[in-house]
Design a binder for this molecule. Sequence first.
Ligand code: SF4
Length: 323
Amino acid sequence: MLITASSLNTYTQCPRRYEYSYIKEKVPAAPQAALLVGTAVHIGIEAFWNKLDIHTSLHNVWEFFKESEFWDREAGELERFRIRAYITGYYAHRQHMLGQYEVVAVEHEWTKVIDGMDFAGKIDLVLRDKQGRLILVDHKTSGSSDVDNPGSTFWRGLSYDTQMILYREALSEIAESSGAPALVYDVVRKTKSKPAQRKRIAKKKSETTFEYEARKLANTETPKEYAAKILNTYTTDDTRYIWREIPITQDEATNKTEEILHIGRQMSADHVVYPRFQNSCVSRWGACPYFDVCCGTDSLESGSFKSRPAHVELPNQGEKNGK
Ligand code: SF4
């Protein structure tokens, strides 16, 4: 049985959710927009660190777009424009880093046996600075205002983040570091903007609501104008891209590793039942996708869910994948 940061986090969030996702291998059938956008940006950034040009990078992302009908919808079309802006801006603002660092590994799958358990994951990027120190980089996209504030819970909580600690453990399997490795979050701040009005207009007394709405529609930026505007924003504004080292002390890494092993042993043990953690059913992102199943009004066998092998993001793990 493989244990990843994602499966650990799912288990601690709610054991029943872990059972549905990793043991029964059922996931929501409907495309999840945030996940698709994050994956598309990842593909573009991966190409950058593989030293492919921007055209190849956008082509790779375009190929990914073909896999889901989401991108043909109105919301998907706007996301495509935004993603092109995110990636083009990334190329503009990160270009100088290629001269500062040696690229050691990109999208590197790792496994490590710790305390008799198989841990695995995929590290986005490993760099080496001129002093020989390894830098582990995790790419993120975020639309949260928390990322702008270094003192926010988002940043402070990363000092004991499961994924970061596990990846730190895995680094020793990849390459030697001169000194303690650094852990960096590389964040692309997403925009929630939409096509705006070209000029301010107000309803005239002489027009009906229908006429006013039609005039507003005619005054709205076209998708092409919107795409050009955000492309300009992301290629000229480097504050849209955050590169921040996460401070983790050796004591904290040791403590957190013990916690991870403790949870890993619980996950590996035989379960009579995977309990439902009711306090996790609703979060700031909405209801858990399995909410109706837990309420008894839907079933994992319905069209709302599809089968997907556990740890599908780690294709090289072969027969170790899954339960
Ligand atoms: S709905 Fe609640 S109890 Fe059910 S899997 Fe999701 S978090 Fe767990």
